[in-house]
Design a protein around this ligand. Sequence first.
Ligand code: SF4
Length: 146
Amino acid sequence: MDSDRNEVHLTTCPYCGVGCQFYLKETDARIVGIIPSEGRVNEGKLCIKGWAAHEFIHDPQRLTKPLIRGKDGKFEEASWEQALSYVADKLKEIKAKYGNDAIGILASAKCTNEENYLMQKFARVVIGTNNVDHCARLCHASTVAD
Ligand code: SF4
């Protein structure tokens, strides 16, 4: 591998459906910064999330495997199969105990239209609730706050 190698890679912001583009700055095989694209979508601008979109990549606290809280309250690593089974069992349990409307589904701007369509179908048909909302009201609120 070259040492002191500097490159930029054009990519699309993963955080919302606006789809701003930026260059990831790479130095020595590490992503170290962001340069906004001057393209038509964002014209050299990014919101605060876009400016920080690279920071999780090498963060030592980044979660790379599912975690399930054990009986002692501590999180334990699990496989995706275990995690998904756990969530399915819990959803069934909540639905049986408290009813369909005790569950709400948050769709995501990071998903495609098709994935969000499936999400609302899952809510309405599988769970039986109209409690469907979107992450724009939750996570994106921070990007428009003064
Ligand atoms: S999160 Fe911000 S930078 Fe990223 S696509 Fe959306 S508006 Fe653009």
